[in-house]
Design a protein around this ligand. Structure first.
Ligand code: AMP
Ligand code: ZN
Length: 303
C-alpha cells in the first residue's frame, strides 16, 4: 500500500473508533474520550520523568502577540505555516455588507482586520519574551503545554493543523543546554521503550521556507541543532517525529534580550513531545482498544 493510502485508511479507522472526530477540514479534529485519556496519560508520564528538574510550569493561551511574533523572526523561516487571527471592527453598515457578502457566497476575508494576535506556532514561543533581563547563574527551566497551530492541512492523521506539544525549555549556558539535551534524549528514549514503541533517534531539520530555507536546513543538520525521536506510524520507511529537540543557540537570547550573569546572551533549547503523535503511535502499535493494550503500557500511562 502506498503512503497516502496507509495514512487515509488509518484516519478513517480513527474516525470509526471515535478516537478522532471529523470537522470537515483536513488536520482539524475533535478528540474522543479514549484519545484524550491517552494524551493525558502521556503528558503525565513526561511530567513524572521531568519532575527532578523542578521546572517552572507556565500556562499561556495558544497565541502570541504580533509584537513578540515579529521579534521571534518566525515569519522569516515559516511564513507558510503561520496562522494570523483577524477580527471585525466595523459599524452597522459594514456589518450589513458583511452578512450580505456571506449570504451571496462571496469572499468576506477583507472585511476582517488585524487583531495583533498570531496563533502560537510552537508551545515555547510565549516563554522567551517573559525572560528579558539577566537570568540567575543556574539558568532557568520552564515547562509548558499548549495547542499549536500550523497551516499544513493533510490527510495524514499525524500531521494536524492544531495539536499539542508538552515542552521543557532550558535557558542558560551552552553547557547547561548540552546537559539538558542529553538528559531528555535518554528520558524520551526510555519512555518510548516503556511504551513498547519501536523508536530511534536521528538528526533532523525544520521545513524552512524557500531557497534560502534550503541553506538554513542544511546548516541546522550540519551543526546537529535538531534531532528527533522517530516512531513508525505510517511505516518504518517514513517514520514520524514524536519528540523533537531544538537547540536555538543564542538566537532567542539575542532577539528577546535574555542575558547570562556574564553579560553574554543566554542559550536556549527545548524538547517537545507531540502529544497527539505519540497517542497515534500507541494506537497504531497496540490497536484501537486501550483495554487490550499490554498491561505494562497501560500501567505506565495509568490507564
Ligand atoms: P517542532 O516544533 O517542529 O520541533 O515539533 C515538535 C513536535 O511537535 C514534533 O516532534 C511532533 O511530535 C509535533 N508536531 C509537529 N508538527 C506537527 C503536526 N503538524 N501535527 C502533529 N504534531 C506535530
Ligand atoms: Zn520549543
Amino acid at each position: 500500500m502506498d503512503t497516502a493510502t496507509v495514512q487515509s485508511e488509518f484516519l478513517q479507522q480513527l474516525f470509526a473508533h471515535r478516537l478522532l472526530i471529523p470537522s470537515g477540514v483536513d488536520g482539524l479534529y475533535g478528540r474522543g474520550t479514549w484519545f484524550e485519556r491517552v494524551v493525558e496519560g502521556i503528558d503525565a508520564a513526561v511530567q513524572r520523568i521531568g519532575a527532578p528538574d523542578n521546572a517552572e510550569a507556565l500556562h499561556f493561551p495558544p497565541v502570541v502577540t504580533q509584537h513578540n511574533y515579529q521579534l521571534s523572526e518566525h515569519f522569516k523561516s515559516f511564513p507558510d505555516l503561520v496562522g494570523v487571527v483577524r477580527g471585525f471592527r466595523g459599524k452597522d453598515k459594514d456589518h450589513l455588507a458583511l452578512v450580505e457578502k456571506m449570504e451571496r457566497g462571496e469572499d468576506w476575508a477583507a472585511n476582517f482586520g488585524p487583531t495583533g494576535v498570531i496563533m502560537t506556532p510552537a508551545a515555547c514561543y510565549p516563554i522567551y519574551p517573559t525572560l528579558k533581563g539577566t537570568i540567575p547563574p543556574e539558568g532557568k527551566r520552564v515547562t509548558v503545554l499548549s495547542y499549536c497551530f500550523r497551516y499544513e492541512p493533510s490527510l495524514d492523521p499525524a500531521r494536524l493543523q492544531m495539536f499539542r506539544q508538552r515542552e521543557h525549555v532550558r535557558i542558560g549556558t551552552p553547557d547547561d543546554v548540552r546537559e539538558f539535551a542529553a538528559t531528555w534524549k535518554a528520558r524520551g528514549e526510555q519512555l518510548f521503550k516503556e511504551l513498547s514503541l519501536d523508536s530511534w533517534s536521528d538528526v533532523a531539520n525544520d521545513p524552512f521556507f524557500g531557497r534560502v530555507g534550503k541553506m538554513l536546513a542544511a546548516n541546522q543538520r550540519d551543526q546537529g541543532l535538531k534531532f528527533e525521536l522517530l516512531v513508525p506510524i505510517t511505516s518504518r520507511e517514513k517514520p514520524t517525529a514524536c519528540c523533537s529537540f531544538n537547540y536555538h543557540q543564542d538566537h532567542f537570547g539575542h532577539l528577546f534580550e535574555i542575558k547570562l550573569p556574564t553579560g553574554e546572551w543566554a542559550h536556549t533549547a527545548c524538547v517537545g513531545f507531540g502529544l497527539e503523535r505519540t497517542t497515534l503511535a500507541l494506537f497504531k502499535t497496540h490497536g484501537f482498544d486501550v483495554e487490550k493494550w499490554p498491561a505494562t503500557v497501560r500501567e505506565r500511562l495509568k490507564l
